[in-house]
Design a protein around this ligand. Structure first.
Ligand code: NAP
Length: 313
């Protein structure tokens, strides 16, 4: 059995997981990285990463993650292309069950399973995902050449999605539930400068108008006046924040009221010695590539300390 037990398993291959892979690899911990359903994580859905230090002229998100993947592999990280469906953190070694039926065991676990795009919760939303509803302009904008689209949200993601869409769509509406944007000034300015982008303020999307094949429009409600209107669009892009990916842990680690895993402040430590958490799955505040990288590094160093303390290395 002991030979089958990894020193450390990293769940997730976004910025936090891969950075943990580089550091645990360099520490000769032979990390096993379970890549999950979105290898490379959310940054692979981003066109230009402009705020990651070292790239003054921006870098494509996919290229950045491929480079970090290769860097982790160079130091010995082993990749499992599978998703984790459950874990048992109550017994040692820890075990994770994969969606291909295998079970992996490890002395230490780094949870870096990230977050996914939040949904509005509209009745037809899931059924029309990929058929008029999207959470990724970088992936889907080209389908809307010369068409009309709407983005819902008022944060950086909404500005980024909407700005990207203006390259393709004839018209881009940004529908926001307030009259003030949450997005950073530079992202706001960029969006506001686009002649084919129009804001619809104080408004929520109440329903999708669909025809069996795709989206035809939106039912909107002005939250100030209560007025209901319909807006003809060919596509709706959701950019209303994220939900942490913790279902596979099934309540084994404490979370906050929004489901983000709680760690001891300023560390990656959890209540369970040997289990460390890094990146967006524990970060409701910063959610940046560079903070996820930093947390991945910290988790790796914490895991290395732990494995030394318990005599595994
Ligand atoms: P966010 O900052 O949490 O913004 C979510 C937006 O969606 C808010 O404007 C919110 O409205 C709105 N919203 C939430 N739930 C809603 C609902 N049910 N119905 C309608 N609107 C709803 O999320 P984000 O934009 O994804 O950004 C997350 C983090 O990533 C931030 O730290 C951001 O800076 C970062 N980020 C950075 C970049 C970049 O630097 N290039 C790009 C993308 C994201 P309210 O404002 O009324 O709450």
């Amino acid at each position: 059995m002991a030979d089958d037990v990894a020193k450390v398993i990293i769940v997730g291959s976004g910025m936090a997981g891969l950075t943990a892979g580089i550091y645990t690899g360099r520490a000769k911990l032979d990390p096993v990285i379970v890549e999950g359903i979105e290898p490379g994580g959310q940054l692979t859905l981003t066109s230009e990463v402009e705020n990651y230090p070292g790239f003054p002229n921006a870098i494509n998100g996919m290229d950045l993650m491929q480079a970090i993947h290769d860097q982790a592999a160079r130091f010995g990280a082993r990749f499992e292309s599978a998703d984790v469906v459950s874990a048992d953190l109550r017994r040692r070694p820890f075990t994770v069950e994969l969606d291909d039926g295998r079970t992996l065991a490890a002395h230490a676990l780094i949870v870096a399973s990230g977050a996914r795009a939040r949904r509005l919760g509209l009745p037809a939303e899931e059924a029309y995902m990929g058929r008029g509803v999207s959470t990724c302009a970088t992936c889907d904008a080209a389908f809307y050449q010369d068409r009309v689209t709407a983005v819902v949200g008022g944060g950086d993601s909404a500005m980024e999605e909407a700005t990207f869409l203006t390259r393709y769509a004839r018209k881009v509406y940004v529908i926001h539930r307030r009259d003030t944007l949450r997005a950073s000034p530079i992202m706001q300015d960029r969006a506001r400068s686009k002649p084919n982008l129009e804001f619809i303020w104080n408004t929520v999307v109440e329903d999708l108008l669909v025809d069996g094949k795709g989206v035809k429009g939106l039912k909107l409600r002005n939250v100030k006046t209560g007025e209901q209107t319909e807006l003809a669009v060919d596509g709706l892009f959701l950019a209303i924040g994220h939900v942490p990916n913790t279902e596979w842990l099934k309540g084994q680690l404490p979370t906050d009221d929004q489901g983000y895993i709680k760690v001891k402040p300023g560390t990656t430590l959890t209540d369970i010695p040997g289990v460390f958490v890094a990146g967006d799955v524990a970060d409701r505040r910063y959610q940046q590539a560079v903070t996820a990288a930093a947390a991945g590094c910290m988790a790796a160093l914490d895991a290395e300390d732990y494995l030394q303390e318990v005599g595994v290395v």
